[in-house]
Design a protein around this ligand. Sequence first.
Ligand SMILES: Cc1ncc(COP(=O)(O)O)c(C=O)c1O
Length: 367
Amino acid sequence: MRVRYLNIGDPIAFGFETPGHLIHAVERALHDGHNGYGPSAGLASAREAVAAEHTAHGWPIDPDRVLITAGTSEGIELALTALLDADSEVLVPMPTYPLYTAVVAKLGARSLYYRTDPERGWTPDLDHLAAIVTPATRALVIIDPNNPTGATYPASVRRALLEFAEGHGLAILADEVYADLGYEGPVSPLGGFNPDAPVISFSSLSKAYLAPGWRTGWMAIGRSPALDDVAGAIRKLADGRLCSTVPMQYAVTAALTGDRSHQQRFRAALKTRATLTGDSLRAMAGVSCMTPTAGFYAMPKVALPPGRTDEDYVLGLLRATGVLCVYGSGFGLPPSEGYLRIVFLASPDELVEIYRLMSEFNADFLR
Ligand SMILES: Cc1ncc(COP(=O)(O)O)c(C=O)c1O
């Protein structure tokens, strides 16, 4: 049986192509001999491009507060390592992107899951945040646009999150890797709502620039003096790993200063798939799903029979149909709630077939 992989968010695996001008920028760098170590914080041209990008979107950033990293992932790891010690806690959304909880566990610190509410477009539950924060809490992770839910947060929620974090003296880790993939256009940086708030933002070439295998991204640290020590610690940690891949850093400048028409096409392709996904899933008995507003993930809920878990559903679906998605408990949700995450990057025709297979399986499994 053919396995239909709906489990990994890699657009290249589904035929989307890295823009030619980024490939040329890397090729040119390789041929021009930029193959030695580079500055550990990143090439000045790439850092300036990141700073200019945020500044143009209303979040003034100094290039000295930018680091080029091995994807969003390395930035997240550097920031958490700099911020946390073994007694600290971090507020992480539920469901979450699992890297956060993995790094927090590795550091011996503790993740506190805060609820995001499927009934309110998967937005963070501020009352729950207020109920679980403690004096040991150091940081608030915000993933907006969100993986795995496909949500984007309204301005009122973004402002309330900033106020909450500032009120409790928390650093804000803003995962903005899907910011350019809002279907109605790019989502502005969280830091723009208050440039003095202690925001550290992460992004990369992986998603909106279609080059995940290059492992190239960036982090920007807001100007708040509350982040000066953390910025210093992050720079030291970055010194220790020498530098991120040098030829690819030339693509950061090309990406942020060059043609972005590929993003318009990509957003339109994603919106078509998101609508098809939301409509098809809601048409199935026992399934609910918010239509995503950004990115390429959806998080439906299936009404599980008593005693069954989300893992039972996902493994049953895989065995019966070859369709592979990820169970919600992999993102921190309770296994009995019946959530799963679907990557909807496949072609619309393929998605129609996938949702037909799911519907057939449901008729048997959800009975
Ligand atoms: C929310 C989120 N953050 C970070 C990453 C890691 O991305 P990168 O390839 O930039 O390390 C991903 C990848 O799926 C993601 O979904």
